[in-house]
Design a protein around this ligand. Structure first.
Ligand code: NAI
Ligand code: MG
Length: 371
C-alpha cells in the first residue's frame, strides 16, 4: 500500500530532523516492502513568511486533507513574533483537521539518564502517555486588547478559555480508551478547579460522568496541576495515562520530556480519532534557534513521531489484514532501532553524547535495515 505524506519541515532544526525522519521512513519501507511512502514537501516557513507575508497560502490548510498524513518539523524564528507563526500554521491545522487529541508518550530510552533519582534504579518507573486536549481551552484565541495607545499605562488584555461539554467529553473518552489499552490501566485527570471555577469545574464534572463508563476497567484519579508537577517528580511510578487541557498538557509534556532525559526525544501525534482527516505527527520541541544549522539536533523525537505515524496509518480502516500487521511490526522495529542506537551510546549532546544528527540517523537506518 502506498501512503502519501505531506512534510512541513518549517524552521531551524525542524528542517534537519524532518529530512532525517524521511530517510529513516524510506529505509523502513524498503526493509518491509509491504508499504511505501510518497513524500510531498511544503515550504511553509518563517523565511517565506517574511518574503511573502504568509505561511500557508490561501486554501493551503484545506489542501492538506488530500494526504494520508502530515509530518511536521517545527515552526518559529526569532524575527517573527511566535504568536504569528503559531496561529498561522500549527493551530489552524490542528483545528481545521479535527485533530482534537494530542498524544505524547514519554519513556526513558536505554542508555540515557533521567534527572530523576527515582528512575536511576528503575527507568521503567517513568512510562507515561499524556493526552492533551488539542482544539479548544486556553488556546481558543478568544480575547482582545483595549485599543488604548493614548492610555497605554491602562491597557487591558483578555485571554478567554473556551471549554465545551462536547470537547471535554470526547478527549476524556479518548484518554480512557488509551488507558484501557495500556498494561497499568490508570488515568489521572489534571485541572485547576479550585482557583478556576467555571471551565475547570466543567472538566471535573464531565470527567466523572465519562469515568462511570469505565468503572472497574480503568483506575482513575484527579490532580490539581500544581500538585501534579510535584507528583511527576517525586512519584513518577504512580502515573500512567494523563489527560489535561491544552495549556496544562503543553506544559506538563515539556516537563515530562525533560524528566525522561531530553526534549529532543519526545514525540507527539495530533490525531483526528474519527479518521475523517489526516492526522499530524511532530516532535514536541521547537525550531531551537540556539543550535540550528550546527548538525547537532537530536532526531530521535522525529523518529519516534514517525513510528507513531506508521502505527496510526496501520490502523486505517482500509488497512486491515496482513499489510496493517506488518506496519505495526515496522513501527515496533523503528522503536527498537531507536532503543538500540541510544543503548550503544550513539547520542547527541542533549543526551550527554557526542554524535551529530547524521550519525544518529545513519545508525538508526542501519538498525532498520537489519544491519
Ligand atoms: P525549543 O524546543 O525550540 O528549544 C528549547 C531548548 O531545547 C533549546 O535549548 C534547544 O536547543 C533544545 N532542543 C530542542 N529540541 C532539540 C533537539 N531535537 N535536539 C537537541 N536540543 C533540542 O523551544 P523554544 O526555544 O522555546 O522555541 C524556539 C522556537 O520554536 C520558537 O519560535 C517557538 O515558538 C517555536 N516552537 C514551535 C513548536 C512547534 O512548531 N510545534 C513547539 C515549540 C516551540
Ligand atoms: Mg510546547
Amino acid at each position: 500500500r502506498k501512503f502519501s505524506i505531506v512534510c512541513i519541515p518549517g524552521d531551524g532544526i525542524g528542517v534537519d530532523i524532518t529530512e532525517a525522519a524521511v530517510q529513516v521512513l524510506g529505509t523502513l519501507s524498503d526493509t518491509f516492502g509491504t508499504f511505501t511512502f510518497q513524500f510531498t514537501t511544503l515550504d511553509w516557513s518563517s523565511k517565506n513568511y517574511r518574503q511573502r507575508g504568509y505561511y500557508a497560502p490561501e486554501g493551503g490548510v484545506e489542501g492538506l486533507k488530500k494526504y494520508d498524513a502530515i509530518y511536521f518539523g517545527a515552526v518559529g524564528w526569532p524575527d517573527v513574533p511566535d504568536h504569528i507563526s503559531l496561529w498561522q500554521m500549527i493551530l489552524p491545522i490542528r483545528t481545521t483537521l479535527n485533530q482534537y487529541a494530542n498524544v505524547r508518550p514519554t519513556r526513558i530510552l536505554p542508555g540515557t539518564v533521567s534527572p530523576l533519582s527515582a528512575c536511576a534504579a528503575d527507568p521503567s518507573a517513568l512510562d507515561w502517555v499524556i493526552v492533551r486536549e488539542n482544539s479548544e481551552g486556553e488556546y481558543s484565541g478568544h480575547g482582545g486588547t483595549t485599543p488604548s495607545s493614548a492610555h497605554a499605562a491602562h491597557t487591558v488584555a483578555t485571554e478567554v478559555s473556551i471549554f465545551t461539554r462536547v470537547g471535554i467529553a470526547r478527549i476524556v473518552r479518548f484518554a480512557f480508551e488509551t488507558a484501557l489499552r495500556r498494561p497499568r490501566r490508570t488515568l489521572t485527570m489534571v485541572t485547576k478547579s479550585n482557583a478556576q471555577r467555571h471551565g475547570m469545574v466543567l472538566w471535573d464534572t464531565v470527567f466523572y460522568e465519562v469515568a462511570r463508563e469505565y468503572d472497574g476497567r480503568v483506575a482513575y484519579d484527579k490532580m490539581l496541576v500544581d500538585a501534579m508537577t510535584v507528583r511527576m517528580v517525586t512519584r513518577p511510578q504512580s502515573l500512567d495515562t494523563i489527560v489535561a487541557t491544552n495549556l496544562h498538557a503543553d506544559i506538563l509534556s515539556d516537563l515530562a520530556a525533560a524528566l525522561s532525559g531530553s526534549i529532543g526525544i519526545a514525540p507527539s501525534s495530533n490525531l483526528d480519532p474519527s479518521r475523517t482527516y489526516p492526522s499530524m505527527f511532530e516532535p514536541i520541541h521547537g525550531s531551537a534557534p540556539d543550535i540550528a544549522g550546527q548538525g547537532i539536533a537530536n532526531p530521535i523525537g522525529a523518529f519516534w513521531s514517525a513510528a507513531e505515524m506508521v502505527r496510526w496509518l496501520a490502523g486505517a480502516s482500509d488497512g486491515e489484514g496482513l499489510g496493517a500487521e506488518s506496519m505495526v511490526h515496522a513501527a515496533d522495529c523503528l522503536m527498537q532501532a531507536i532503543a538500540n542506537v541510544t543503548e550503544q551510546g550513539v547520542k547527541t549532546r542533549d543526551l550527554g553524547g557526542k554524535s551529530g544528527t547524521k550519525e544518529v540517523t545513519d545508525a538508526a537506518k542501519k538498525r532498520n535495515a537489519g544491519a
